[in-house]
Design a protein around this ligand. Structure first.
Ligand SMILES: *Cc1c(COP(=O)(O)O)cnc(C)c1O
Length: 394
């Protein structure tokens, strides 16, 4: 082993550790769910993106087994050689219908979808206008693309308008935003963004990963909640959160645009197709969420209950509607110590501090699921009260 390389890695690890940014993985020995087993201890889990509780749901597991039997385990191929099965086409047709678009294409992750979404469509004649807090996968996707990059201040429509004015000489203008931002659970002003796009001849890409399946009247996402489901040009999203939580992602849009991804996108041309078991089970999940609106209703009931009680108890919880509920602590060390103490209370939550979030805005991020019981949420509330007092937060 090259000594210089090993030393280089060790130095970096030491730096990460000294900066207090070292990530220790907790190993779960059970299925994903509201209760998980860690080190032989049962913890109530409040940090999964398992919004509708589908990740460990028996109906999905059964559907996955059927799909394994019907389509096999793997395809050993990219899409255009011998990696497209009927299940991929059926899933893509379903996604298109679900998101009110003409067509859709699947990828092995939303990360791969976001890597494809800019380079395939844009070149140096074009401009991308991107929210300052967009997801890392969008940032990297933009880096791979030769289009001019313009970062607008987070959700700042005046700033976006200035940059639209400044890019009127470009061939195409692409505005891109997360539908919901994962650190604060805040929802992008998608209607205002769409209206500005219309005014300045731009197209709109929304990454709705934290909303597809449960936000809006029928669960179509933040795009539906904000009234622009039919008005955004392109939606990217993940199958790795509310829709069963395995992996995979997609892009939905007009049929010409989607066909161009099949022809040109490197993250489909040079990498395997979505495993059929995941494709088939995601298809099942999309139908399942439509047949079970009570899951969405329960998610919002649980979310509102937790938000209201925390506010009543004197905690600072930024105003929003999303099941991502950041409980503001302020000091980074307090947030991390408090998250550790929570484990003693039988609760699994994560503290986030600088540089993941701005300095002095350290928080414990709680994520509510439709399958949390009132008793579990009450246990969380009690733990927050106890530790909030211990750390002088309330
Ligand atoms: C989680 C997430 C992704 C990544 O999704 P994967 O399918 O796991 O690659 C992309 N964008 C946003 C906004 C996300 O929240």
């Amino acid at each position: 082993m090259n000594k210089a390389l090993v030393n280089h890695a060790q130095q970096q690890l030491d730096d990460i550790n000294e900066a207090g940014l070292y990530k220790n993985q907790r190993v779960i020995t059970s299925k994903q769910g509201t209760v998980v087993e860690v080190d032989g201890k049962e913890l109530i889990n409040f940090c999964a993106n398992n919004y509708l509780g589908l990740s460990g749901r028996q109906e999905l597991i059964d559907a996955a087994k059927d799909n394994l039997d019907n389509y096999g385990y793997g395809l050993s191929s990219v899409r255009f050689i011998c990696g497209t099965q009927s299940v991929h086409k059926e899933l893509e047709a379903k996604i298109a219908e679900y998101l009110h678009k003409e067509d859709a294409i699947t990828f092995t992750s939303c990360w791969d979808a976001n890597e494809a979404v800019f380079t395939t469509l844009l070149g140096k004649e074009d401009a991308i206008l991107t929210d300052a807090l967009n997801h890392a996968s969008l940032i990297d996707g933009i880096r791979l693309c030769k289009a001019e990059r313009h970062i607008f201040k987070h959700m700042d429509m005046a700033d976006l308008e200035e940059q639209l004015k400044a890019t009127q000489d470009k061939r195409l203008r692409c505005i891109v935003t997360d539908g919901v931002f994962s650190m604060d659970g805040d929802v992008a002003p998608l209607k205002e963004i769409r209206d500005l796009a219309d005014k300045y001849d731009a197209y709109v890409v929304v990454d709705d990963s934290h909303a597809t399946g449960f936000m809006g009247e029928t669960g179509r996402g933040a795009v539906e909640q904000e009234g622009v489901l039919d008005r955004v040009d392109i939606i990217t999203t993940t199958f790795g959160k509310a829709l069963g939580g395995a992996s995979g992602g997609c892009i939905a849009g007009s049929k010409e645009v989607i066909e161009l991804f099949h022809q040109k996108a490197r993250t489909t041309l040079f990498t395997n197709s979505v495993p059929p078991v995941v494709a088939g089970t995601t298809l099942f999940a999309l139908n399942y969420v439509d047949e079970h609106p009570e899951l969405r209703e329960q998610l919002w009931k649980n979310t509102n209950y937790f938000r209201d009680e925390m506010t009543k108890n004197g905690f600072t919880v930024p105003e929003s509607v999303h099941p991502i509920v950041p409980v503001m602590i302020g000091d980074g060390k307090a947030a991390s110590d408090m998250a550790d103490d929570m484990l003693e209370e039988g609760i699994y939550v994560i503290g986030f501090s600088y540089p993941v979030v701005p300095i002095d805005t350290a928080r414990i991020r709680v994520q509510i699921s439709a399958i949390h019981t009132k008793e579990q949420i009450d246990q969380l509330l009690t733990a927050f009260e106890k530790l909030g007092k211990k750390y002088s937060i309330i």
